[in-house]
Ligand binder design. Structure first.
Ligand code: PMP
Length: 364
């Protein structure tokens, strides 16, 4: 509606308008309970129904089998950078990381404290604009797992398919924070998937972990209880007080995604939005540029620069005047970045593209 801006932020990010309105209508008195979800006991039957429905809808969306546990945790994806090695390997185990941008680099660096990680491919020398060809990967057959970041939020590179882990346990682990639930994913290819909620599925404060059951229960001795998947799995994510309101919001988003027809339909919409934005960049005769190799451009985060880089400040300011906000690129890469998650309507991307054309006409 007209009192809302188009918010291109990378996260926390825009949420579906109908989800916000539903939350608003239920805020004061959730379904006749006489209280808001924020005030409920996490062990009461009302909240149990909320968390169970959220889990079951997520399982439907991603077709998650009973071989996997779904956990709603806290601490953000950053906490998982430590929790993953703490739970999945011993501290002297070798582990392979593919580093395609800042986030997989951070995961690797945190991993150094809890295992013996090795970077088997890095895109750093090419400014993180590529995904490696899987044939060229030199995986360590002794590695305990292979870790990837499925979508690099800052650099805008996205895996379009996934490497087969060639290690002794065949475990592939992915940080899907910024493309979680943006398209169908074959969960059975992964040992573990984790994602901070605040891009595609809810407010910050909830971290979703999907982990194969046989990988649970071998945490390193020093693992804090809050990071031990076994504790959380045995307690259905209710070992301590969970982020109740955030989980409720994620549940509303999952419901909304199902109502849209599920992730096949959601992916179609995301592809269409990304296509018109990348086309606008590529057809600008170099006025706008996206540095990322075409075949691995992210459907979620679109980084671009202006040939006349001195105009970037004006671009961002003028866009904001037209209610398109948060278009500044990450401080580490500069330029612009449009995050176009599930909840960004097509109309938002169309408005941005029209603005880009006008801006070019004025300044070319
Ligand atoms: N991984 C990716 C891909 C991210 O985009 C982010 C957040 N921008 C993180 C990890 C860190 O997430 P959090 O802030 O939830 O710890």
């Amino acid at each position: 509606s007209s009192d809302r801006v188009f918010n291109f932020a990378a996260g926390p990010a825009t949420l579906p308008e109908n989800v916000l309105r539903k939350a608003q209508s239920e805020l004061y008195n959730w379904r006749g309970s006489g209280m808001s979800v924020m005030e409920m006991s996490h062990r009461g039957k009302e909240f149990l129904s909320i968390i169970q429905k959220a889990e079951s809808d997520l399982r439907t969306l991603l077709e998650i089998s009973s071989e996997y546990s779904v956990l709603f945790l806290q601490g953000g994806a950053t906490t998982q950078f430590a929790a993953v090695p703490l739970n999945i390997c011993k501290n002297d185990d070798a582990v392979d990381y593919i580093v395609t941008g800042s986030w997989s680099d951070k995961a690797f660096k945190e991993g150094q404290k809890y295992c013996k990680p090795n970077v088997i491919w890095s895109g750093k020398s090419e400014k993180y604009t590529k995904i490696p060809s899987f044939d060229d990967l030199k995986q360590n057959p002794e590695a305990r797992f292979l870790h990837i970041c499925a979508n690099e939020t800052i650099h805008g590179v996205e895996f379009k398919n996934y490497p087969t882990p060639n290690n002794k346990n065949g475990i592939l682990i992915a940080d899907m924070s910024s493309n979680f639930c943006s398209k169908p994913v074959d969960v059975s290819k992964f040992g573990l998937i984790y994602a901070g909620a605040q891009k595609n599925v809810g407010p910050s404060g909830v971290t979703v972990v999907i982990v194969r059951n046989d990988l649970i229960g071998n945490a390193q001795d020093l693992t804090p209880v809050m990071l031990d998947y076994k504790i959380h799995a045995e307690n259905n994510s209710l070992y301590n007080t969970p982020p109740c309101y955030g989980i409720y919001m994620c549940g509303l988003v999952f419901e909304d995604l199902l109502e849209q027809g599920g992730l096949v339909e959601v992916e179609k919409k995301n592809k269409k939005k990304a296509e018109i934005l990348y086309n606008a960049i590529d057809e600008s005769n170099g006025f706008f540029k996206c540095p990322v190799e075409k075949s691995v451009r992210s459907l979620m985060n679109v980084p671009f620069t202006l040939e006349k880089s001195e105009l970037e400040g004006d671009f961002i300011k003028e866009a904001a005047k037209e209610n398109m906000v948060q278009l500044k690129g990450h401080r580490s890469v500069g330029g612009m970045r449009a995050s176009i998650y599930n909840a960004m309507p097509l109309a938002g991307v169309e408005k941005l593209v029209a603005f880009m054309k006008d801006f070019q006409a004025k300044h070319a």
